[in-house]
Design a protein around this ligand. Structure first.
Ligand SMILES: C[C@H](O)[C@H](O)[C@@H](O)C(=O)CO
Ligand SMILES: [Mn+2]
Length: 420
């Protein structure tokens, strides 16, 4: 796309939006502040770098065998750098504990330390990224029967409590070294394929384990804790200990952030409608932007109705500074770097559209009970020239605009990933 074309289209867009009293430059500046956390696990199908551990368990599944997956830390970092080079703005990288730089040594989860993540911090510093972190309570022999923090065996619970406390300390140190609060997210796979008689016992165990974990008081200026629910996983269809009610209750009672993953609810249940409720009771929330297709299949995020609704809810609630946005999908059936770029660009487009919404007019229709007019303008707003504004934003940031990035990804595939 030629710069001249982009500029012309932008000028038209500016005038069109000005008709609604919308300042396009302000919308761009607001969107530019949105730092999206790019999950490291899309680049290698959630494999990580632990010695002798490459079986993915925990009821999550990556399907596809597209060539070129990252096999080493260097390859994974290069792939993330490539994706970042095709995304405007400043973003974060979300690490899982199993991505430590263990130098080929077997380091068990209850032994990990900051030194195993120092090279990630140094890389992030060099590249200007901020980091987020996750305990890894899956893909491990002590999670093989489907339970971790809620296990019946106190020794296994203690193993995972120790792991998560270490992860929270690592997150704290990441936040200190990078000068940006590191979000530490806890998701555990605990659940059962078939019926459980004593559900209370597992939930009580999980509550006790979390209480033990949070006995370590971290510095709120350096890290934030978040807890993530799920409806079901592969092999935990009948019972998941950490349900939505469990974590919502725990989070509100204990002042912890709640993570809403778009793929973790009933197929017709949406997280967009939960945002304005949760924000009344919790200071901040974390989103895992994903795209469940029939189940939590973690498809690449696209600009669909739900993504647009998520962004609208946040912008309409004036809560951009209270919602942390991370991506969470793993698709091994297409170019993995392309998957990142599609997902982040779609998320940015959703937020930009929401920031460009003719909100004054829409609100005035709503106040006056003009419901036809409200619906008509909501429909028309969908085709206002927001895409021209996004292309302009990319071009001012020196980032390949529109579909032109496809050939960049193809070139990287030719020169780099196809040779792996
Ligand atoms: C790999 C992550 O921990 C995982 O995606 C988690 O956030 C999740 O959503 C599990 O279904
Ligand atoms: Mn998630």
């Amino acid at each position: 796309m030629k710069t001249e074309q982009i500029n012309q289209a932008f000028e038209y867009a500016k005038t069109r939006y000005a008709g609604f009293g919308i300042d396009v430059e302000k919308a761009i500046a607001d969107m530019d502040k949105l730092s999206i956390s790019l999950h490291c696990w899309q680049a290698d199908d959630v494999t990580g770098f632990e010695a002798g551990n490459d079986e993915l368990t925990g009821g999550i599944q990556v399907t596809g065998n597209y060539p070129g997956k990252a096999r080493t830390i260097a390859e994974l970092r290069a792939d993330i750098d490539k994706a970042m080079s095709l995304i405007p703005g400043e973003h974060r990288v979300n690490l899982h504990a199993l991505y430590g730089d263990f130098g080929g040594e077997k380091v068990d989860r209850d032994q990990i330390e900051i030194k195993h993540f120092q090279s990630w911090i140094d890389w992030a510093k060099e590249k200007g990224y901020k980091l987020d972190f996750n305990a890894t309570c899956f893909s491990h022999e002590k999670s093989a029967d489907g339970f971790t923090l809620s296990h019946r065996d106190p020794a296994i619970r203690q193993f995972w409590v120790e792991h998560v406390i270490r992860c929270r300390k690592i997150a704290e140190e990441i936040g200190r070294q990078l000068g940006s609060k590191c979000i530490h997210n806890i998701w555990i796979p605990d659940g059962s394929k078939d019926l459980i008689v004593d559900r209370s016992l597992y939930r009580q165990n999980l509550k006790n384990s979390l209480d033990n974990i949070f006995e370590y008081k971290s510095n709120d200026e350096l890290m934030l804790d978040s807890i993530e629910c799920k409806l079901f996983g592969i092999g935990s269809e009948s019972f998941v200990v950490g349900s939505h009610e469990f974590y919502m209750g725990y989070g509100i009672a204990n002042n912890k952030m709640i993570t809403l993953d778009a793929g973790h609810f009933h197929p017709t249940e949406v997280i967009s409608d939960k945002i304005s409720s949760l924000l009344l009771f919790t200071p901040e929330i974390l989103l895992h932007v994903s795209r469940g297709v029939r189940w939590d299949s973690d498809h690449v995020v696209i600009l669909n109705d739900e993504l647009q609704a998520i962004a609208q809810e946040i912008i309409r609630a004036k809560a951009l500074d209270r919602v942390h946005v991370g991506l969470d999908f793993f698709d091994a059936s297409i170019n993995r770097i392309g998957a990142y770029v599609i997902g982040v660009r779609a998320t940015q487009k959703a937020f930009l559209q929401a920031l460009l919404e003719p909100s004054a007019q829409l609100n005035s229709y709503e106040v006056n009970g003009q419901n036809f007019e409200r619906l008509a303008l909501l429909e028309e707003a969908k085709s206002l020239p927001w895409a021209a504004v996004y292309d302009y934003y990319c071009s001012t940031k020196g980032i390949t605009p529109a579909e032109d990035y496809i050939s960049d990804i193809q070139e990287y595939e030719r020169n780099v990933t196809s040779k792996r």
